[in-house]
Design a protein around this ligand. Structure first.
Ligand code: 13P
Length: 296
């Protein structure tokens, strides 16, 4: 910790951690947040170096919004399998099939896919960004469950793609039944990346930042948490008088757990690995992310 503090000072660095990061990383970070909050913090941070503790697309989004800063991703194995489920060629083919449709890409996508999009969204602003678009028809990639959620909650025709988050997609209606039986008083919160039949049975459908606010603001004292297990640490720390239960044991993202304090120290020492945005796509991808920021 001493070495980490010294390196942070010398590099003028800040450490951002996503809500799914391991407890030790959340505890040493300067800020813990959801994907939108962290992108905005990266853009505004008064720092030379940003250590992004999360997965690759998050560090890439930070690099797009903070082109004058060096963004480090402590472990390059921290990839998002959902983001890898669509290519820029796939998006171009969808556009060719639906020429009147706008393209919205979930922030869980590569910079090359963002570059093919009119705007990006995160779970916390997807409906707002969608409603700010004039198009009746919208292509939404790559998360099919979030796409179906948007279709059900907006008047738009949404063309979806069959990508999914392995952890959220594994949650079944039986998990909901079991959790409700075990914790009948609890509020059930689910991330919009869960299957539609699970989302339909939740009390609240929220991104991770929305869950943090709901847990803080609501009077209830028990919550069933339908998102990746890392969030339980933050919820428990911030609300010691309340109780939080995972909705399903499948809610675990292994690649989020590659970050360790040692790796953070090593990347601050070596200034590697860096979040790399291919130069050919950076300007167009940045425009899509900035459009999201403007629209929200
Ligand atoms: P949030 O935007 O809600 O933090 O979610 C990020 C994510 O990757 C969900 O799987």
């Amino acid at each position: 910790m001493e070495e980490l503090r010294e390196l942070k000072r010398r590099r003028q660095a800040i450490i951002l951690a996503h809500n799914y990061q391991p407890p030790a990383i959340q505890d040493l970070a300067d800020h813990v947040g959801d994907s939108l909050e962290l992108s905005l913090l990266a853009a505004r941070a008064d720092a030379e170096v940003i250590v992004f503790c999360g997965v690759d697309f998050m560090a890439e989004a930070a690099a797009l919004l903070a082109p004058d800063k060096l963004v480090l991703l402590p472990d390059l194995r921290a990839r998002c399998s959902l983001a890898d489920m669509i290519t820029p060629e796939d998006v171009r083919a969808l556009r060719a099939m639906h020429p009147r449709a706008a393209v919205l890409s979930y922030i869980n996508s590569s910079a090359a896919v963002k570059a093919e999009s009119d705007a990006t969204v995160t779970s916390s602003n997807a409906l707002r960004v969608l409603e700010a678009l004039p198009n009746e028809e919208v292509i939404f990639v790559p998360d099919g469950n979030l796409g179906r959620y948007l279709a059900a909650h907006s008047g738009r025709r949404i063309i979806t793609w069959d990508g999914y988050c392995r952890a959220h997609h594994e949650v079944r209606v039986d998990d909901v039944r079991t959790a409700r039986r075990l914790h009948p008083q609890a509020v059930l919160m689910a991330h919009p990346e869960v299957r539609p039949e699970v989302a339909a049975r939740a009390d609240l459908v929220l991104g991770t930042g929305g869950m943090v606010r709901a847990a803080r603001e609501r009077a209830e004292v028990e919550f069933i948490v339908g998102t990746e297990a890392g969030l339980l640490h933050r919820l428990t720390e911030e609300n010691p008088e309340k109780r939080f239960y995972p909705l399903s044991p499948s809610l675990w993202c292994q690649t989020m757990k590659y970050t360790t304090p040692d790796r953070i120290v090593a990347c601050l020492r070596e200034l590697e690995p860096r979040a790399q945005v291919p130069p050919g796509v950076a300007a167009r991808a940045r425009r899509a992310v900035e459009r999201m920021v403007e629209l929200t």
